[in-house]
Design a protein around this ligand. Structure first.
Ligand SMILES: NC(=O)c1ccc[n+]([C@@H]2O[C@H](COP(=O)([O-])OP(=O)(O)OC[C@H]3O[C@@H](n4cnc5c(N)ncnc54)[C@H](O)[C@@H]3O)[C@@H](O)[C@H]2O)c1
Length: 447
């Protein structure tokens, strides 16, 4: 960028900011790309952020960005009008409402987007955002299919976008301390990590309201988008908790929770991809409007190491993590020769193997605190570095989760070549590439 352009940009912003403080009812921001920054805000520009999917999580992510002095909310997109209008009303001086996310992606006032739609949309929207030159905060689960995972990662790489996946617990202090302890070697050789998320929705699950016509304020055709067309049901659209019971639109509770939980062993042990994935499970008890499994047990094989995942919607017993009243319980166990470390989001504890554990003192802290998951993303938008949960990193979480659902669907183990990033089974490899409902197309050019 020429010096002349930089100078005029700065003075423009000073002037505009002054206008804003004088109380004139015009937007006082200038998002980076509007000033010709080729989709990359300069040091003095505000980052123009747009939200795609104005449900609870998207609004929370937006709130975490909107209060910052270097951010301006310039767009809100939802195919559910009152939800979209509510966000636009909160940012009425600066934000425009959009029904079609592709139109929002064309806007020069948008530098970066938060994608918080139901998961079956994530890959298509993320790739479109990359192609439009926007940076992206993409909610978990990153995707629902192995091919989608690689498509998102490769699109982010190709278009040099900054992307953070929305696994915000990664930014917490507890995970940092666990990673330091595991890496200190005090637990000895770790051969198994067990991960789990269990709860008890009872036999009736989330309930069974009948399918109906969609309310006029929801564009049902566009909500379903690339997913298989099906009748509207109020539980599908209520929020991610209820949506997780519908397989085609969420992948169930394994993609629903495992991204946060499997993150810890992948981080602490620097895991690559598993070479074999086996998942057993099904819908054994629950009878509700959904169709996702209520039990899943997954085994992932790595070199000299095995990781497991336990998911239940019909029993919430969780060993040392609590018992008695049904509740959502989650955790991670690292089993070493010298002891076991178990952790959840907010605590961790070390259980020695008798005298084998010589030193249970926490090692010196070495991982710096996060400025916050969204803040880290915003900082990276300026520095053009990838945040801690970029797709390059998060693929090591997303791909195994997608492989687990694939294995359950096939009823057999799925073998994967980590070096070539290829599924070694023709039928499984075929099923790993989703068919989108027309006119939406899976972006095959990225795999
Ligand atoms: N990180 C976390 O801890 C966490 C917690 C909850 C949810 N989530 C994730 O966040 C995402 C959203 O969850 P939620 O609970 O807010 O769900 P939600 O169903 O309440 O919100 C999703 C919104 O997307 C909108 N939408 C659907 N199709 C659209 C389209 N084509 N264009 C624009 N908008 C569209 C819906 O109308 C809805 O308003 C999910 O991926 C979920 O897994 C993450």
């Amino acid at each position: 960028m020429s010096q002349e352009k930089q100078i005029s940009r700065r003075s423009f912003i000073r002037q505009a900011a002054a206008t804003g403080t004088a109380g004139v009812a015009v937007p006082y921001f200038v998002p980076g790309s509007a000033l010709g920054g080729q989709g990359t805000p300069g040091a003095n520009d505000k980052i123009g952020v747009g939200l795609i999917g104005c449900g609870g999580m998207g609004r929370a992510n937006l709130r975490a960005c909107a209060g910052r002095p270097d951010v301006v909310v310039t767009g809100a997109c939802d195919i559910w009008k009152p939800r979209r209008d509510a966000v636009v009303a909160q940012h009425k001086d600066t934000a425009k409402g959009y029904h079609d996310y592709r139109e929002m992606l064309e806007s020069r006032n948008i530098d970066a987007v938060i994608i918080a739609t139901p998961p079956h949309w994530h890959c298509r929207m993320a790739v479109d955002a990359c192609e439009a030159g926007k940076d992206l905060y993409l909610q978990k689960p990153m995707t629902l299919h192995v091919a989608e995972s690689f498509a998102v990662r490769n699109a982010v790489r190709k278009h040099k976008r900054v992307c953070q996946i929305g696994t915000q617990i990664h930014a917490g202090q507890n995970y940092r301390r666990v990673v330091e302890f595991v890496r200190s070697g005090k637990l000895g050789a770790i051969s198994v990590a067990r991960t789990f998320n269990v709860m008890n929705q009872g036999p009736n699950g989330i309930g069974n309201p009948p399918n109906s016509d969609p309310p006029p304020e929801i564009d049902w055709e566009r909500w379903v988008g690339p997913g298989p067309m099906r009748p509207y049901n109020p539980l599908l659209v209520r929020d991610a908790y209820n949506n997780c019971s519908f397989m085609a639109f969420s992948g169930g509770w394994t993609p629903g929770m495992a991204p946060h939980i499997v993150d810890l062993p992948v981080w602490a042990l620097d895991l690559g991809y598993p070479s074999v994935t086996y998942c057993s499970g099904g819908r054994y008890v629950i009878k509700d409007a959904g169709d996702a499994p209520d039990v899943q047990e997954v085994v992932w094989q790595y070199p000299n190491f095995t990781m497991t995942w336990m998911m239940s919607l019909v029993n919430s017993f969780a060993f040392d993590f609590g018992r008695g009243t049904p509740a959502r319980r989650l955790g991670i166990y690292f089993h070493g020769v010298n002891g076991t470390l178990y952790a959840n989001y907010g605590m961790h504890e070390i259980v020695p193997e008798g005298d084998f554990l010589k030193d249970a003192e926490p090692p010196e802290q070495s991982i710096p605190p996060s400025p916050g998951h969204e803040r880290e993303w915003l900082d990276c938008i300026r520095t053009r570095r990838q945040p801690s949960c970029s797709p390059d990193y998060h693929c090591k979480i997303d791909v195994p989760i997608c492989l687990a659902n694939l294995s359950m669907k096939l009823g057999r183990a799925v073998r994967f070549d980590p070096a070539r990033e290829k599924i070694l089974d023709e039928e499984a490899a075929h099923l790993a590439v989703p068919e989108y409902r027309s006119p939406w197309k899976f972006p095959r050019q990225y795999i």
